[in-house]
Ligand binder design. Structure first.
Ligand code: DX5
Ligand code: ZN
Length: 223
């Protein structure tokens, strides 16, 4: 079986009990936590900043924290999140005037670097920065909100991206974010994704362990 990772998105957690919620999904089998950072400018919603990432580390969260910046600009927050304990930092290419520089900045601060592609964003923006990327996050909804439906054109994008990665023998992970559920995770894995971000499917279910186990069961059939 491929090395599949499940990342609950804290966007759908109870923010008033964020530490406990993070601990609960880790105990339930999550591999990493996904933290959605929205600025009411790049996307029409406002969530959390680096202080919350740092607070999770102080609370005792040891698993990798995957930070998804939906902000414009990104450079200052890249440094702040790296200092706050982020493991991966991903941004949208449209949100940085200098994508190559922002990617280098992430690695310079000891984190893994990712680019997030909106549903209408093509793979072309990756071409000259493939050597600076550790992960590509394919958005399967428009960024800004949890609980939206999976946009099926993401499947074609994931398989095209997988083909590109394999043909060039690159060590880049494919994350998928938006509308991931037990019902579609197998198909998305089949297309080539290996990191699955799920918010509402996990946190809106009374038993986090049951959902994560069901997702893994679907993934176990994928080669
Ligand atoms: C959307 C966020 C996602 C969101 C996914 O802008 O980037 O991480 O939490 O939520 P679900 O899984 O509910 O679509
Ligand atoms: Zn996200």
């Amino acid at each position: 079986m491929r090395d599949f990772l499940i990342l609950p998105s804290l966007l759908s957690a109870d923010f008033a009990r964020l530490g406990e919620e993070a601990e609960a999904v880790i105990d339930a089998g999550a591999d990493m936590l996904h933290l959605d950072v929205m600025d009411n400018h790049y996307v029409p919603n406002l969530t959390v900043g680096p202080m919350v990432c740092e607070a999770l580390r102080h609370y005792g969260i040891k698993v990798p924290i995957d930070v998804h910046l939906m902000t414009k600009p990104v450079d200052r927050l890249i440094v702040d999140f790296a200092n706050a304990g982020a493991t991966n930092i991903t941004f949208h290419p449209e949100a940085s005037e200098h994508v190559d520089r922002s990617l280098s900045l992430i690695r310079k601060h000891g984190c893994k670097a990712g680019l997030a592609l909106n549903p209408a964003t093509t793979l072309h923006c990756l071409e000259y920065v493939l050597d600076k990327i550790d992960l590509v996050l394919v958005m399967s909804v428009n960024p800004g909100f949890g609980g939206q439906s999976f946009i099926s054109s993401a499947l074609e994008k994931i398989s095209d991206l997988k083909e590109l990665i394999v043909s060039r023998n690159l060590d880049i992970r494919i994350a998928v974010d938006g509308g991931i559920k037990t019902e579609n995770i197998g198909q998305v894995a089949q297309a080539g994704a290996d990191m699955f971000i799920a918010g509402s499917a996990i946190f809106n279910h009374p038993d986090y362990a049951e959902v994560i186990a069901n997702m893994r069961k679907q993934l176990s059939d994928v080669r």
